[in-house]
Write a protein that binds this ligand. Structure first.
Ligand code: UD1
Length: 384
């Protein structure tokens, strides 16, 4: 039996972990034993617990309860906690997802203790090291032994950074193995779409007309912590909702909610609060999010995951960031990078909102990335 330790902590990796846990439970439970450690980076019920329950992730075996701190304190506490658990359970592999501080902590603790690190969602780059996630990705990739990239772009980024695509085993941290395997989030979307349709009541609850609302999410510190940028995003939303008489549904990360009053200029804040077409709600569950995405007219977001989901559900996407790791979406013409410019956001809306897209090519795999990853972990066992 192969013993793996999976680290989760922030919302996106809890969601990603569901795909691998599901694959283990349904096809590999006689070969892989999964132990789950939650760092506690996200702790609000609707940022953590709701996904664990709804997506049937096994209850975490360990919870470090680190909570919100500065990057240094938060990451340090996680490294210390992960190290202790690695010492205690001595797993064969450490599975890490994405690019959060929980990923970074796992990569440092695992590599120092010589536990082979498996990085899922490897190779993504925004090429801006001021973004905290970029450093986390680079460190994690370079501390890993098996690297699974969701896109060809990510795979090629790894090759450009010196990873050898044709190396022979044994695979080690100094001779890592890289894969292009498709996106486990696409696996999740396929699996949960019908379940969401049956179970989610969010559209009725919000009383919105399918196909006739903008869905928006904003949580990057780059946007939320900068009054000018946050105000510019909200001014754009006000303009679009007024000029095109369309509601905007905004499920907000607690970080953004806390900063709205502080960082929006007073006029914008007052207008946001009194505008009946701007509907601010708490962060929603995965099933509710799928329903909201699938039935929207257009999505605006600074999230990496939501950008991709816009593509899965064939919706146009305004990307509220200066660049994107998911450049395929922009290349396909279904997404436009606007950063926070009011003019660019307005122009992108006009361009995308009524455009008919010919085809959404299957650039995120075949929906079986999770099985592929489990299979590779098993077949490489002994040569890692
Ligand atoms: C983290 C990840 C980011 C990911 C995002 C998804 C890092 C560096 N960033 O950003 O890559 O896209 O999660 O959500 O790891 N807070 C709460 N309740 C919670 C969690 C957070 O109120 O359950 C608030 C706190 O005020 C906290 C702030 O959000 O200080 C930031 O949380 P943190 O986990 O540090 O970063 P995120 O912005 O969530």
């Amino acid at each position: 039996m192969i013993k793996i330790l999976t680290i989760i902590g922030a919302r996106p990796q809890i969601i990603k972990a569901a795909a691998i846990s599901r694959a283990i439970q349904s096809s590999f439970s006689d070969q892989i034993q999964e132990i789950i450690l939650h760092t506690g980076q996200h702790y609000d019920h609707n940022m953590s617990e709701v996904f664990i329950k709804e997506m049937q992730i096994p209850t975490p075996d360990f919870n470090l309860e680190v909570g919100s701190e500065s990057h240094g304190v938060q990451t340090a506490k996680m490294i210390q906690g992960v190290e202790a658990v690695l010492d205690e359970i001595k797993p064969d592999y450490l599975i890490l997802y994405g690019d959060t501080n929980s990923t970074l902590a796992g990569a440092i603790a695992g590599s120092k203790l010589h536990v082979p690190v498996v990085h899922i969602e490897a190779g993504l780059r925004s090429f801006t090291k001021t973004m905290p996630e970029e450093i986390n990705r680079i460190v994690c990739d370079h501390a890993s032994t098996l690297l699974f990239s969701p896109t060809l772009t990510g795979y090629n980024n790894l090759i450009r950074e010196g990873f050898n695509p044709d190396n022979d085993p044994p695979y080690t941290i100094d001779n890592p193995k890289i894969y292009h395997c498709g996106d486990i989030m696409y696996d999740n979307s396929i699996y949960f779409t019908d379940i969401a349709k049956r179970k989610s009541k969010i559209l009725e609850k919000l009383d919105v007309i399918p196909g006739n609302y903008i869905l928006g999410t904003i949580h990057r510190d780059h946007n939320t912590d900068n009054p000018e940028k946050l105000s510019s995003i909200f001014k754009s939303i006000i303009r679009l909702t007024n000029e095109f008489t369309i509601p905007a549904i905004l499920p907000l990360h607690p970080r953004t909610k806390k900063l709205l009053k502080k960082n929006l200029d007073k006029n914008t804040y007052d207008e946001v609060i009194k505008n009946k077409n701007i509907v601010i709600i708490d962060a929603v569950s995965f099933l509710d999010m799928i329903e909201l995405e699938k039935n929207s007219k257009l999505i605006m977001t600074d999230s990496g995951g939501v950008q991709k989901e816009s593509y899965f559900y064939e919706k146009p996407c305004i990307i509220l960031r200066p660049q994107t790791e998911w450049k395929e979406i922009v290349e396909q013409g279904t997404g436009i990078v606007t950063d926070t410019s009011e003019k660019l956001i307005y122009n992108a809306y006009k361009k995308l909102s009524n455009k008919k897209f010919a085809e959404f090519l299957p650039i995120f795999g075949d929906g079986h990335a999770s099985e592929f990853i489990c299979h590779e972990i098993i077949s490489n066992h002994g040569i890692v």
